[in-house]
Write a protein that binds this ligand. Structure first.
Ligand code: GLN
Length: 188
């Protein structure tokens, strides 16, 4: 959370913390951070955020999910806990904790040509993997072995890793651009 705020500050993008439906009404885009997706799911339901979030996603609000945030944006999970729900929106199947217990956390650099010309510094923490993508989904980044770790569908961007922890601004910069376009579309 704080890390995302620091990156947004560095990019000069204004931000507020969103915990209630009334706060959600005030924003033009949303970052769903990492954490534990089963807990985020329970909290969104307890705090009455599930339906407002699904409505904003359906209405095209840009949303950027990192790690557990990607899990929340996925239409399908291969290993959901028995009552785990996602918000959905991304036509993908995601496996939670896909790197197993031995390599729970690691850092690497990735190429994401649609996002930036420079290598992206990426931190993976008990990270999910995208196992299948639907026809309307663009793959933004893979590991060197081809496993998918960043996707976009319309205004939804989901990534397995945490660029905010390595202080890499590129994905946030890309997302802020999506929000700016959604607020003031450029007409040719
Ligand atoms: N493993 C977590 C989950 O299933 C995600 C970890 C993270 O967000 N860094 O939600």
């Amino acid at each position: 959370m704080r890390e995302h705020e620091r990156v947004l500050d560095a990019l000069g993008a204004s931000h507020v913390a969103v915990r209630t439906p009334a706060e959600l009404d005030t924003v033009d885009g949303l970052i769903i951070p990492g954490g534990e997706s089963t807990v985020i799911d329970k909290l969104t339901r307890i705090f009455g955020m599930r339906d407002p979030l699904r409505a904003r996603i359906a209405n095209g609000m840009p949303v950027f999910g990192t790690c557990a945030g990607l899990i929340m944006l996925s239409d399908r999970l291969s290993d959901a806990t028995h009552d785990q729900q996602t918000l959905g929106g991304l036509d993908v199947t995601v496996r939670r904790n896909a790197f197993g217990s031995q390599v729970e956390s690691f850092e690497t650099t990735l190429l994401a040509p649609a996002v930036t010309d420079d290598p992206v510094a990426a931190t993976f923490i008990r990270a999910p993997l995208v196992e299948e993508v639907g026809a309307g989904v663009s793959v933004l980044a893979t590991l060197t072995d081809g496993r998918i770790v960043a996707v976009q569908q319309g205004n939804l961007v989901g990534i397995s890793f945490h660029p905010e922890i390595s202080g890499d601004l590129s994905f946030h910069n890309y997302f802020v651009g999506l929000v700016a376009d959604a607020v003031a579309p450029v007409h040719a």
